[in-house]
Ligand binder design. Structure first.
Ligand SMILES: Nc1nc2c(c(=O)[nH]1)N[C@H]1C(S)=C(S)[C@@H](COP(=O)(O)O)O[C@H]1N2
Ligand SMILES: [Mo]
Length: 332
């Protein structure tokens, strides 16, 4: 398979990350949000060449991530998309992970500073069996499943990601939510030694996200430990990240260290940072524009041009019932 070099900043005409000198004062949150508006949006179609996408990534090599047990030729499951998988190189070099910085290539450049082993995850709050477990132990509880999902960033680009992971529902059942549990909060690692981006205050660290319990229990909701047959790389949220494919990408929190079941709707990083722009639900909805840009279409990384965005990112049949009677326009 031919893999073209990663596109440089296809979403905007931001200068290369090297011009962001560390001596520059940290942008305030307002500045950052304004910048984000400039970086995203209209010039998407200029990026990229025509990348030849294969239906299946084919042979799995062992670098840079270790192999996981993966069967690229397995029959497709009910939740898999048959759309072309985004080349591994693109999926691992064009990332949003503000703990490493704001640039799309900051995560891959700086990923070496994250130590993903040993790693422990605490599960607490409204559960009968709260516990803190080593990731290896946690993983040994569940068989890994292979899911090929669409991923749609609120910035207007998307990818197709073959994840390896286990349903969050399996983990939640194991810790036995109490009758009071209504929501799940996820917390990412907070360690400025390992995450250079946390030395600036562009966001309130740690990054936190949340789901309603029924969303968390939905079979589509995955805790991923691998991507395209390899152990998850730091830039994709190693060693454990949430994947909620019908919601904008920012809900799929990376490098999770804590899962807390709560009675009240938990705080989430982006809705707290800009409540007029990002909501708790954040379901992909082409009919509701972000205040500063349209959500009607998206650019699939590796493709030319734009394609229409689908309600619930194409998973309406699976998840629309979760929101029956709710005002879909509130979702920002
Ligand atoms: N902890 C953490 N998780 C995060 C982010 C982040 O900055 N920090 N960015 C989010 C956003 S905006 C997107 S689009 C996806 C990107 O996932 P990917 O880089 O694996 O494609 O991760 C999400 N998870
Ligand atoms: Mo995103």
């Amino acid at each position: 398979m031919t893999i073209l070099p990663p596109e440089r900043d296809p979403e905007g005409q931001r200068p290369p990350a090297t011009t962001e000198t560390p001596s520059r004062p940290h942008p305030t949150r307002r500045e950052f949000l304004r910048h984000a508006a400039l970086f995203t949006g209209t010039v998407a179609a200029l990026g990229g060449g025509l990348t030849l996408l294969t239906r299946r990534p084919g042979a799995v090599d062992t670098t840079p991530g270790e192999n996981l047990v993966w069967r690229p030729d397995r029959p497709l499951g009910p939740y898999d998309t048959t759309e072309a998988v985004t080349p591994y190189r693109e999926a691992t070099t064009y990332n949003n992970f503000y703990e490493f910085g704001l640039g799309k290539d900051d995560p891959v450049r700086l990923a070496g500073s994250l130590r993903t082993r040993p790693w422990t995850v605490s599960i607490d709050g409204e559960v009968r069996k709260p516990q803190t477990v080593d990731l290896g132990t946690l993983q040994s509880w569940f068989p890994l499943e292979d899911r090929i999902y669409r991923m749609r960033c609120v910035e207007g680009w998307s990818m197709v990601m073959p994840w390896l992971g286990f349903p969050l529902a399996a983990l939640l059942r194991r810790v036995e939510p109490t009758g009071q549990a209504k929501y799940v909060q996820f917390t990412a690692l907070h360690d400025p030694e390992q995450f250079p981006g946390q030395r600036s205050d562009v966001l309130d660290w740690p990054y936190v996200e949340g789901l309603r319990l029924d969303e968390a229990m939905h079979p589509l909701t995955l805790m991923a430990v691998g991507l395209q047959g390899r152990v998850l790389l730091p830039q994709n949220g190693a060693p454990l990240r949430l994947v909620v494919p019908w919601k904008y990408g920012f809900k799929s929190i990376k490098s999770v260290v804590r899962i807390t079941l709560t009675r009240e709707q938990p705080r989430t990083t982006w809705s707290a940072a800009a409540p007029d722009e990002y909501g708790f639900y954040a379901n992909v909805n082409p009919a509701v524009d972000h205040p500063r840009w349209s959500q009607a279409s998206e650019r699939r990384i590796g493709e030319l041009g734009r394609r229409p965005t689908l309600p619930f990112n194409g998973y309406a049949e699976e998840v629309a019932h979760l929101y029956a009677g709710m005002d879909l326009r509130q979702f920002f």
